[in-house]
Design a protein around this ligand. Structure first.
Ligand SMILES: [Mg+2]
Length: 232
């Protein structure tokens, strides 16, 4: 069994540190009028967010400008994450991760739109060790252009195989996420999806998007665990 967690608004809340760091970087590189206000962030891949930010600010979407904005993002996010009161894990997350790690035959992973370096910075700032997740698929891992979140779940199954030596049926994997993008990518590969309404979307909206189950948060550890492990 494989349980894949989204990061932002599923495991942690960093008070928009990533968005603020992108704004810091954009203003530094491209001028004070650079804005993040026209861009959709929730549940999207970092490479697509970077490209949208450039285009929506009238900056040529070149490989060089993408690399500069990404580098600036990495430089600025550390300071944003260090501001007091910025970072927290969401209810039940620490307990659920501990319970899953203690369950034989269960592997946990990350399936996220974040770049690996900045995603790990966010998790560590919230006290979560990214090394506790043996199967990780990051926002720039899609081999296709343009990339899509829907490309990521099959990569997680490949990584599971490399990691454990076992093939896993998609139906034995579950994605936990807070947006319809998480739900859609799970369904596209035949995985289960647990929606968690700790972001911008309600449990009902996540169910309407097709989540097999949706909860307000992950604080009911035994109940969530039973469902994830197929007991409930
Ligand atoms: Mg999220």
């Amino acid at each position: 069994m494989l349980i894949l967690f989204d990061i932002d608004a599923t495991l942690i809340n960093t008070s928009r540190s990533g968005i603020l760091a992108l704004a810091d970087a954009g203003r530094e590189l491209f001028g004070p009028a650079f804005t993040v206000d026209r861009t959709e962030f929730a549940g999207r891949l970092d490479p697509l967010i970077i490209a949208d930010l450039l285009r929506e600010n009238g900056v040529p979407d070149t490989a060089d400008n993408r690399a500069r904005l990404r580098d600036g993002y990495r430089r600025h996010i550390g300071g944003r994450l260090q501001a007091p009161g910025t970072c927290r894990t969401l209810p039940g997350v620490v307990e659920l991760i501990a319970a899953l790690r203690a369950t034989p035959g269960t592997t946990i992973g990350l399936l996220t739109g974040n770049f690996e370096d900045t995603g790990c910075l966010k998790l560590r700032a919230c006290g979560i060790d990214p090394d506790h997740f043996p199967v990780c698929v990051w926002g720039d891992h899609s081999p296709h252009d343009p990339p899509s979140r829907d490309h990521l779940p099959p990569l997680a199954l490949s990584k599971y195989h490399r990691c454990t030596g076992r093939q896993l049926a998609p139906a034995s994997a579950t994605i936990i996420g807070d947006t319809p993008h998480d739900v859609r990518c799970a369904l596209a590969t035949g995985m289960r999806c647990l929606g968690v309404a700790t972001g911008h979307f309600s449990a009902q909206q996540l169910r309407n998007a097709g989540a097999h189950r949706a909860v307000d948060n992950l604080s009911q550890t035994e109940d969530v665990l039973s469902w994830l492990l197929g007991r409930g």
